[in-house]
Design a protein around this ligand. Sequence first.
Ligand code: SF4
Length: 193
Amino acid sequence: MNKKKHWNDYLWIWTLIYFSLGFFNILFAWLGMIDFIVPIIIAIVKGNKAFCNRYCGRGKLLALIPSVFKMKNQRVAPKWMYSKYFRYGFLAFFLTMFANMLYQTYMVFAGAPLKTAVKLLWTFKVPWSWSYTVTTVPEWITQFSYGFYSMMLTSTIIGLVVMALYRPRTWCTFCPMGTMTQSICKVKAQLKK
Ligand code: SF4
């Protein structure tokens, strides 16, 4: 029997729209802040991971692709990928890269030239200047867009790779947002005791 679809089952569309908009105009990358701020607010206010469980477009996309393409791969990821050390280590790495991205943004604010490239996997620079269409916006705002879009794209690529290798939502076991919101929920639960 088919489960009745809820509106949030279609939130994977948001992820596709986000990357498409950023492809044509990099300033739309700022919309990704919604996926950064909303889960944290929900975790702080409600003390739960409702965002991950119901509203995350990326999580929905990672679950949808294998079912649409009838991918059979159900391999469990190696234990280390679930380990606390890896999850927190990856979160620390991710936050360091985020801080570096903010620093690059500051450098442009301070007068350094704008870099119109998307950096994949924190290493490979992909020219992306066609999406720099609104030149009246301060350059640091555009630089942040490139940095943020790079992080969003990089994490999605990693998510897709582990989805193809292991179970569909393996990415969620070490996703920095998931680890962060889980930590907030734990702290909140401790404070309630
Ligand atoms: S763990 Fe990350 S990708 Fe997975 S549902 Fe949560 S925020 Fe989305």
